[in-house]
Design a protein around this ligand. Sequence first.
Ligand code: G3I
Ligand code: 9MR
Ligand code: ZN
Length: 540
Amino acid sequence: MHLEITGKIHVDQVGYRPDDKKIAVICGSEGRFELVDEKSGEVVFKGETTELVSDGLSGDRVSYADFSSVKKQGRYYLALSGIGKSYSFDIGKEVYRDVKNAMLKALYYQRCGIQLDEKFAGDWKHKSCHIQDGFVYPSKVQKLDGCGGWHDAGDYGKYTVPGAVAVAHLLLAYEFFPEAFREEINIPESGNGMPDILNECKYELDWLFKMQDHSGGTYHKLTTCKFPGFIMPEEDIADLHFTPVSSTATGDFAAVMAMAARIYKNYDAEYANRCLTAAVKAWEWLQQNTELTGTKNPEGIETGEYVDLSDSDERFWAASELYRTTGNTKYLEHINSAYKSGDKNFFSLGWENVAGLGVIAYLFGNEPKADNALYTAMKTDFIEYADELLGRVDTDGYGISLLENDYLWGSNMIVMMNAMHLIMAHLLVGEDKYITAAQGHLHYLLGRNTLDYCYVTGFGSKKVMHPHHRPSAADGVKEPVPGMVAGGPDKHLHDEIARAQLKGLAPAKCFIDHVDSYSTNEITIYWNSPAVFVAAYFDR
Ligand code: G3I
Ligand code: 9MR
Ligand code: ZN
């Protein structure tokens, strides 16, 4: 029987581990299916799909093919007569190893201020960039060193808020699953005795130090005035500007430095001390500056804003990390009153609302029961929210927990953020249902979605080839930089190409692999970082 790949049988294109639940989502058809060994052509399993049901957010009618009983390592595809076959995928113990490492290595490719040598970067090597000092806005004279760190995204700006959040996801991944980071990923520091995830985060932390002003407050960002064209980073030679201190950047800085103080202590006590001193200084600034400040672009600066309407979550997160690291009860009061105020969603882990990071720091800290009532309330709320996510997974055609309004700019971050929440719910109460649901989110990212895309560059069969990423577009290399997570569907059609090509489509279909689609197909450090956390759980 000759079968075509019709894009209607959606699988995790990277694969499934032998003992995992293995389900394909079939679009528009039901009936008998076969699992075929790609090499031998042998049918290794036959089954019947479920009946078709409607999925609101993709507009698809879907059925499910369950082949969980197949555990033998190999490369397979799924076939349905009359509908075609799926892309091939692996069943294997270590199927997520390469994608996990690549998603971490992607941060190395975002490094600013050093040359990316061929030895580490292969075809994606380039010269050093943005090494000049930056003006301290609005001064046209006063300059500071801001060399280093990661480019934020497809642009070359460096922003404190998303930088701190990305490091936090990665440090959490290391703190929870150190065993997932034993391998080296071929970066300049590899083999220096420290795990590469900590080496890579240190590259960003070293830059973050430079963003702290003598007052303790932290500059919001360091960018050019306008976004550059699609040129290599070393060609982007316009003046750089430190924009004014913001309270959100300062809160995030305090939090991530407090985390770093705890995590680097075993490797470099002196560095850890520096981190803690910087964190405390930032906290003191926050105590003296209680207003939300500095998140809007000042006049003349048009790069990414990371505008925020509230900094209470950043302050909460800072208090919580400082408490976890120091045990000092003065922070506990702040945590308690902020949590009780209940003024926000306390489960978000994204750049705009970081309250969930504060909750995690408290729940998993050494002395969460110092305030038993607070601990119990937080834990109960945390699990309640995890159960809410489970409920959504049950009704979603592709097994994820996004609501219609979650299909916005960077929706793949929400996919990974919710998976992180589910994994941590499992760590708190030990139930497997949370893990099964979390893994469904990873399957979605890696191909089991309505568009059949593997959203991580360089992986899967239906690949993202044209991310809105300046180096990938300008370097003359056909393949984009590997291991980068694309933003994913955004129903708001926030760019011209999206408006021209995606109008009228269901929310989950509002994605286009086009270099101009910054609202659906850009990449960022903080869309990669939660995906590293999730992949690390499934590859320990
Ligand atoms: O929170 C509101 C929600 O209440 C509302 O219903 C919804 C509908 O419009 O919008 C939500 O706000 C969105 C916001 O992100 C928070 O998620 C905005 O629409 C959306 O435009 C905004 O997108 C941000 C985008 O910059 C534009 O500001 C992305 O989160 C953010 O990741 C992105 O960041 C850019 C940097 O500025 C520059 N570097 C690249 C980077 C990635 O594209
Ligand atoms: O490349 C920019 C991307 O990093 C931002 O996320 C996006 C929104 O702020 O803007 C992109 O830059 C575009 C600019 O906003 C409008 N003119 C075209 C630019 C490149 O596509
Ligand atoms: Zn640079």
